[in-house]
Write a protein that binds this ligand. Structure first.
Ligand SMILES: [Zn+2]
Ligand SMILES: [Zn+2]
Length: 141
């Protein structure tokens, strides 16, 4: 983790290492979740400090922040691959969706007036398979 911070040009600090560790692996985590992971190692860290650390990680390109409408912001370390997200309106599960054509940007807008697109970020809202199965089960009960 320290090496990744250095590579990204960030000063190596214990809270930054702990936050990167908390974000490692697949999935998306709220600032609160990162905060509780960081404070289990560094009990004196404040939530405010964790927000600062997360902002620094995002600025340095080590983490990505997604801001689903109506939910707390989520952070992940899967960066730079132009992937999208699907979010269940019922249970709020957030899953990664790979880029539609495998390279950035994967969407061609119909009217961009010469605008050069570098990134397309899509959020698919709907109902996850588990919630659909649950509601089918409830309806037939
Ligand atoms: Zn669901
Ligand atoms: Zn993601």
């Amino acid at each position: 983790m320290a090496g990744r911070l250095k590579q990204a040009g960030l000063k190596v600090t214990a809270p930054r290492i702990a936050a990167l560790g908390a974000l490692a692996g697949p999935g998306h985590r709220t600032a609160e979740a990162v905060f509780s992971a960081v404070t289990s190692e560094l009990p004196k860290t404040s939530l405010q400090a964790v927000y600062g650390v997360l902002a620094a990680l995002v600025d340095a390109g080590l983490a990505r922040k997604i801001d689903p409408a109506g939910s707390p912001a989520l952070y992940e370390t899967r960066v730079g691959d132009n992937h999208h997200h699907r979010i269940c309106l019922n249970c709020h599960a957030v899953e990664d969706v790979d880029c539609a054509v495998g390279e950035s940007p994967c969407l061609t807008p119909s009217n961009m007036d010469g605008f050069a697109v570098q990134l397309a970020e899509v959020t698919f809202w709907g109902t996850c398979a588990a919630c659909q199965a649950a509601s089918t089960a409830a309806a037939s009960a």
